[in-house]
Write a new protein. Structure first.
Length: 253
């Protein structure tokens, strides 16, 4: 199994080409105004405030042409001192957007054994501290375990879990599942650039269902490190999530 170079730089990919249809609205959810700025700006600001991140790459839909959002992102690019880049690498799925963006990094000669972190644009509750926590933990883990290929932020499940059975009356609780070994994946997820590119390419070729980067790496035999994240780093998917995130970001000290 290939080992990692622990002294390599860290880069971050942020796929932002999705439509966010479950949230509704005229704009993709990552570009809807949350307070006075697009939702994606909160994550980008946290990433820009993380000095360990050498470069940030945002994968946008080639068809995206919302002027206000583009202007806001271009202003962030100007303030980033060359660290933030916007790319028309959006694909038909998140999987394809991430893969296209990783290919762009390799094409501009970012070393294949550098670290790359992938973060969801719909997780604006991320903080620089959480990103640093992941980087520190993965680097420390890789020093002690030569076959550790990376890791991700995640939360151990606290709620009781039920397996459902469908019936004419609706969903019925069929069984209670043990939760002591179950975690809810978050982002960022951190892996070696070349290995993650290979994992996502292979998964696409065999038609595997990939919902995050860790699941692609697991197909290669990796066992990513789980690093405890934070409740505030939840994903905005439904209207109730939007309302809760509004409270988290705009009303709490």
């Amino acid at each position: 199994m290939r080992t990692l170079n622990l002294n390599r730089a860290c880069h971050l990919v942020l796929p932002a080409a999705g439509t966010g249809s479950r949230l509704g609205g005229n704009l993709p959810k990552q570009f809807r105004l949350l307070g006075a700025k697009p939702m994606v700006a909160y994550a980008l600001e946290a990433i820009l405030n993380t000095p360990e991140i050498s470069s940030i790459w945002v994968g946008l839909s080639p068809q995206f042409d919302e002027p206000e959002s583009i202007r806001y992102l271009e202003e962030m690019v100007e303030r980033s001192q060359g660290r933030l880049h916007l790319l028309p690498t959006g694909g038909a799925s998140r999987h394809e957007t991430v893969l296209n963006t990783l290919s762009a990094l390799l094409n501009v000669h970012i070393p294949a054994d550098d670290w790359v972190l992938v973060h969801d644009a719909a997780r604006p509750g991320i903080t620089a501290g959480l990103i640093q926590q992941l980087i520190t933990a993965v680097n420390a883990g890789a020093q002690n375990q030569s076959n550790l290929w990376g890791g991700l932020l995640a939360m151990p499940l606290a709620d009781t879990l039920k397996r459902a059975e469908l019936s004419p009356q609706g969903s019925l609780a069929q069984a209670t599942l043990a939760r002591q070994h179950l975690w809810q994946a978050q982002t960022p997820q951190m892996f070696q650039l070349g290995l993650l590119h290979s994992a996502l390419t292979q998964a696409l070729e065999v038609g595997a269902e990939i919902t995050d980067e860790a699941s692609a790496m697991e197909l290669l035999g990796a066992k990513p490190l789980l690093v405890e994240g934070a409740t505030r780093n939840f994903k905005v998917t439904h209207p109730a999530d939007w309302d809760l995130m509004h409270t988290v970001l705009l009303h709490l000290p």
